[in-house]
Design a protein around this ligand. Structure first.
Ligand code: IMJ
Length: 274
């Protein structure tokens, strides 16, 4: 028996086959889960529909996560078809392109509000709707990034949004624990997806991460997918309020072993300073 058999849930934020939401969807689907997908706008509709068709998933609904009534109708539709919901994957983020470069201190209030609304508040509204359809408990997972905990060049207002998101995970987990609804975040290491496309210095960042990470490589989509599977399944039944880093260990280091070797070494001549 597959571990997700009989479990059903909705995935917000499918974009294409390189995306993290797809990685998690694939893993859940391969292990027997029943899935529903949502798409944000007309541009995304055919992309999401294509993936749904390939995976033989009939439930594909529009949902702008800044629109509370759209969220509610997605849950009602899925809930009425399936009785209840066991899990939700929230893989949604957006900031204006100009706010993901240059100086953070120049972020406009509009840019700030947009990023925090779409990327952080949406977890709260999605959770509010999900709770009504989780009478037997459930698992809610959001996607976050280290840039919410520490400075990462260019991440800027998205870092602030992820900080709010990470904190929301803890508050939601505390309130919903007694309903047996678990809320966790997956902090994925950088990976080549649409979310990183066109970001200045992204390829360099991927290389730096691979070089410095304890495992000396970047994480794969399958690895993130399998971590999502674990957090959705009963294997993680005692886990909530957690930000789980799936980043080949990158978050845990201050200085890589290569850099550590330079300590006590002149950075220019590489000669040992006694
Ligand atoms: C995004 C920007 C700057 C640095 C970044 C990223 N690093 C990583 C990302 C280092 C790993 C990707 N990431 C974790 C994100 O959360 C991306 C969110 C995002 C991406 C875009 C690109 C296109 C756009 N708006 C966006 N909004 C959010 O117009």
């Amino acid at each position: 028996m597959k571990i997700m058999e009989g479990k059903k849930g909705i995935i917000f934020g499918i974009s294409n086959k390189r995306g993290i939401a797809y990685g998690i969807a694939k893993s859940l689907h391969d292990h027997g889960a029943t899935l529903g997908f949502t798409y944000a706008n007309d541009l995304m509709k055919p992309r999401v529909q294509k993936i749904a068709t390939e995976m033989d998933i009939p439930f594909v609904e529009p949902c702008d996560v800044t629109n509370e009534s759209e969220i509610e109708s997605v849950f009602s539709k899925f809930g009425e078809e399936h009785g209840s919901i066991d899990f939700v994957i929230h893989a949604v983020a957006f900031a204006n392109k100009e706010d993901l470069m240059g100086n953070f201190y120049e972020t406009s209030l509009e840019g700030w509000n947009l990023a925090l609304n779409v990327s952080a508040y949406s977890l709260v509204s999605v959770t509010r709707s999900a709770v009504k359809w989780m009478p037997n408990g459930g698992s809610i997972i959001t996607l976050t990034y280290l840039g919410g905990e520490r400075y990462v060049p260019n991440y800027n207002v998205m870092g602030v949004a992820k900080a709010a998101l990470d904190s929301s995970v803890k508050y939601l987990a505390a309130e919903l624990g007694e309903k047996n609804i678990r809320v966790n975040g997956i902090s994925a290491g950088p990976i080549k997806t649409l979310a990183g496309k066109g970001i200045s210095g992204f390829d360099t960042l991927l290389k730096i991460n691979a070089k410095r990470a304890p495992m000396k490589r970047n994480v794969t989509l399958e690895e993130i997918g399998n971590s999502g599977l674990y957090l959705c399944s009963d294997l993680s039944s005692g886990v909530t309020g957690e930000i789980h880093h799936v980043d080949c260990g990158y978050h845990s280091i201050a200085t890589s072993r290569e850099d550590a070797a330079l300590v006590g070494v002149d950075p220019v001549t590489q000669k040992r300073i006694s």
